[in-house]
Design a protein around this ligand. Structure first.
Ligand code: CA
Ligand code: CA
Length: 231
């Protein structure tokens, strides 16, 4: 009898677990900084060094709610008041074509149709967004995607907009609504002088794997219960 009560309890807990995994799930995944430049965008000079001056991007994290990428945070060390944020690029499925770009001014999110190949020439490059002559930068690296005339105006008025001066060590892109696939995605980002470039793959575990675990627990409990009843 005790065994039967035990198995019934497991069965009940399994049902609760299975039901509780179905509603809203917010999950955070972290990423590092293992790339020096985007594939194909080395400049032949600074290609061996991850960081030129400051800041040093040290990875970050993403938040996914029910299969929707809602925010991306970059962590960095060091600061320079002349720096501005570049755009956030997202490549769904990591097939070397950008599918979404989020831009600073109003954190507007754009979907790029069938994706924009990495070799596209529709970028503003680091040497076009950084006018200071003292100190080296990583020349010729994509910083922002040219989507409309408005962005050119923003650049003309003083680079991109997110303020690197907050000095809290974080750059946050929030309010995103990007549906991500189980294949995962790649994040691209750099400050306007491309002194440190992010190109990182993020894996997203299948939501179904949690449901499978719940179903497995119920199955085990059911088999065990039948055995007890037979006795
Ligand atoms: Ca770095
Ligand atoms: Ca880097």
């Amino acid at each position: 009898m005790k065994q039967l009560i035990f198995l019934c309890t497991i069965f009940f807990m399994s049902v609760v677990f299975l039901c509780s995994t179905t509603p809203v799930q917010a999950t955070a995944f972290s990423f590092g900084d293992d790339s020096i430049f985007w594939p194909g965008w080395g400049n032949g000079i600074e290609d061996h060094q991850d960081v030129i001056g400051v800041p040093d991007l040290i990875g970050g994290s993403v938040e996914i709610v029910d299969g929707i990428l809602t925010q991306v945070t970059f962590n960095y060390a060091g600061n320079d008041s002349r720096l501005r944020s570049g755009d956030l690029f997202i490549d769904l499925g990591s097939d070397a074509a950008w599918d979404f770009v989020a831009q600073e001014a109003t954190l507007t999110q754009y979907q790029l149709g069938t994706g924009v190949d990495l070799s596209s020439n529709s970028y503003l490059l680091s040497n076009e967004t950084w006018s200071y002559t003292n100190g080296n930068i990583r020349d010729g690296h994509p910083v922002s995607y040219i989507l409309n005339e408005q962005l050119d105006l923003v650049i003309g008025n003083g680079f991109l907009l997110t303020d690197f001066n907050a000095d809290n060590g974080k750059i946050l892109f929030a309010g995103l609504e990007i549906p991500v696939l189980s294949e995962g995605f790649t994040i691209g980002f750099t400050p306007n002088c491309a002194n440190d470039v992010v190109y990182e793959r993020v894996s997203v575990p299948e939501p179904g794997s949690m449901l499978l675990l719940g179903a497995f627990m119920i199955g085990m409990a059911t088999v065990g219960r039948k055995k007890v009843l037979k006795k």
